[in-house]
Design a protein around this ligand. Sequence first.
Ligand code: HEC
Length: 129
Amino acid sequence: MSRLVLAGVVGIASLSVAVMRAQQQPAQSAAPVSSPTAESARTVENGKKLFEKYGCSDCHGLLGQGAPTSGPRIAPNPLPVAAFIRYVRAPRLQMPPYTTKVVPDQELSDIRAYLVTVPKPAPASFLKP
Ligand code: HEC
């Protein structure tokens, strides 16, 4: 059943967020928990795809964990969304800039939503005998 709902929601993903919110309103009052969950699951899944599609993962790692020579860790605590978007538009050093034409703000927001869900690394003490 929830798969069916998710498939339906994905089907209308091209509509504006405002329209989607309006459509979800009745469903939310009927089942308060399921709609926001489906929406954020979809956002995170989309963000993960885009993170790979735009090559962010090539430099920052699949989990945004970073690598010594290509890019710093950016998960699970990325910059706040406005600063995150601003940075990607105008990086300071080696990172190539991404314009709004290449990656719209909404997609960067989805990418950031994915990064937030990456599990935290184990503490260093975990490695000690
Ligand atoms: C070619 C390698 C490369 C690619 C591709 C790349 N980055 Fe970066 N990124 C870097 C490097 C290196 C830095 C460190 C500072 C700099 O060079 O600007 C960085 C810094 C950042 C920062 C700021 C770091 C901080 O402290 O939070 C963010 C946010 C970021 N990248 C997000 C992204 C996103 C999102 C994408 C994909 C749309 C992406 N990067 C693609 C290499 C890359």
